[in-house]
Design a protein around this ligand. Structure first.
Ligand code: EPU
Length: 419
């Protein structure tokens, strides 16, 4: 397994370009199953999760061609079964369920396994499919969906921890080819849901309200091929802003969408950093003045759970006591014990971390546990004393395109050691 060595004590300076959004690209690639015609998707990031999704589409019978960020897919004849050996590697495999049910009125996909960020049920996805008229069976580790016809209906997708992002996408993808109108209440408002709705609309779907809690879908008979460019990755963007906050003289992220970063920019400003933006860049200029923070993760437009670990890393070296409350995935604190190995002082109770900032962290061997936790460890290591050895970096390659090279281009000193 590859590992990363971060030589600490560097200052970052310069510009870094943000890639296409992983969490937009995954359901958009799945949505290409809805038509027999060719779709061309641009700005697909080079990530292992994307590779898994393209492998699944290939096994379902799609013709897939990929060249420098552009993926062409033709799903002329497709199968409806995605077996465990290919779907187990990525929870987002569940987003093929909606398009398979929508187009073929049948799907058999293995249930995703456990996830280190906590229990990740898909009951809301299944409730939505049932409401549209599908028979849902869970048997032998597989989810089996069958329908003779899908009928538009009213569905509330709000769960106990808020709306579901992939669940909203899945139900939209099943409903675009249903008879009649589907009203989704309690829909996720994330920009990735809007991006998927825009792609489906380009394919001929009739969708209104994406980006609000109420999405309305008028079913159509069939969809056609379309071209689409994926939105910039707001979590990669936020991660590089935190890198600038932790270790930057001045860092500018380019080709990003500042309006998707509202709560992250606000939190950084509240912590005392200076930020400015243009239409597609954001610059962070640390100015020596720092304030501890109280943040709570929430569905969009609230502070993203996918930025929680990176903020914990930042707050661990800022004077004062900060409190971070996780409401979306209450057990998503695997990074805390690793940050403590680097000298961070953090009390964890239930779904809350109380962080007592220290002057400096020190390098240590640490273990990446999930994607965002791994990013947090890289960030914490940048200003730390000595070398931090981060093991199991395959987690980071799932969602960050060449994070080591991008940080090195800003002045970091990171080595990747191949196993
Ligand atoms: N939930 C249910 N039932 C369901 C579905 C979700 O109770 O059927 C709960 C979850 O347990 C959680 C909350 O609802 O407490 C929100 O989960 P959601 O379904 O929104 O998560 P997701 O759609 O599976 C996506 C992102 C995650 C991101 C979350 C929240 C993708 C591929 N994944 O997951 O991204 O954390 O939304 O914003 O889009 C990451 O990129 O590191 C990542 C984990």
């Amino acid at each position: 397994m590859d590992k990363i060595l971060v030589h600490g004590g560097v200052r970052l300076d310069g510009e870094v370009r943000i890639g296409g959004s992983k969490n937009s690209a995954l359901p958009i690639l799945a949505a290409t199953l809805l038509t027999k015609e060719k779709c061309v998707i641009d700005r697909i990031p080079d990530l292992s999760d994307i590779h898994y999704m393209l492998t699944i589409l290939g096994r379902l019978g799609c013709e897939v061609e990929r060249a420098s960020g552009v993926v062409q897919i033709r799903a002329e004849k497709i199968l409806t079964e995605a077996p465990y050996d290919i779907v187990r590697k990525m929870r987002a495999s569940v987003c093929v369920l909606g398009p398979l049910l929508g187009r073929e009125k049948a799907a058999k996909v293995s249930l995703p396994g456990g996830c280190v960020i906590g229990d990740r049920p898909i009951d809301l996805h299944l409730k939505g499919f049932e409401a549209l008229g599908a028979k849902v069976t869970v048997k032998g580790g597989d989810i089996i969906l069958e329908a003779t016809q899908l009928k538009g209906t009213r569905i509330n997708l709000r769960g106990r921890n808020g709306p579901t992002v992939l669940g909203t996408g899945n139900i939209m993808m099943a409903a675009v080819l249903a008879d009649g109108t589907t009203d989704i209440e309690g829909a996720a408002e994330e920009p990735e849901v809007i991006d998927l709705a825009n792609f489906l609309t380009a394919m001929g779907a009739r969708i209104s309200g994406a980006g609000t809690q109420h999405i309305q879908i008028e079913g159509v008979d069939e969809l056609h091929g379309a071209n689409h460019t994926v939105i910039p990755d707001r979590i990669e963007a936020g991660t590089f802003l935190v890198a600038g906050a932790i270790a930057g003289n001045q860092v500018t992220i380019t080709r990003c969408e500042p309006k998707h970063l509202g709560s992250v920019i606000e939190a950084l400003k509240n912590a005392g950093f200076e930020l400015s933006h243009t239409t597609d860049t954001v610059t962070i200029s640390p100015n020596g003045f720092r304030r501890p923070l109280h943040i709570e993760t929430l569905p969009y437009p609230g502070f993203p759970t996918d930025m929680q670990a990176q903020f914990c890393a930042m707050l661990a070296t800022m004077n004062g006591t900060s409190v971070v409350t996780e409401t979306v995935f209450p057990h998503r604190f695997m990074h805390v014990s690793e940050l403590k190995r680097m000298g961070a002082v953090i009390d964890l109770s239930a779904h809350r971390a109380t962080i007592h900032g220290v002057e400096r962290l020190s390098g240590a061997p640490v273990m990446a546990s999930d994607l965002r936790a791994s990013a947090a460890l890289v960030l914490a290591a940048l200003p730390a004393d000595g070398i931090t050895e981060i093991n199991r970096v395959y987690h980071i390659d799932r969602g960050y395109e060449a994070i080591d090279e991008k940080l090195n281009s800003l002045g970091a000193h990171i080595e990747r050691v191949k196993s």
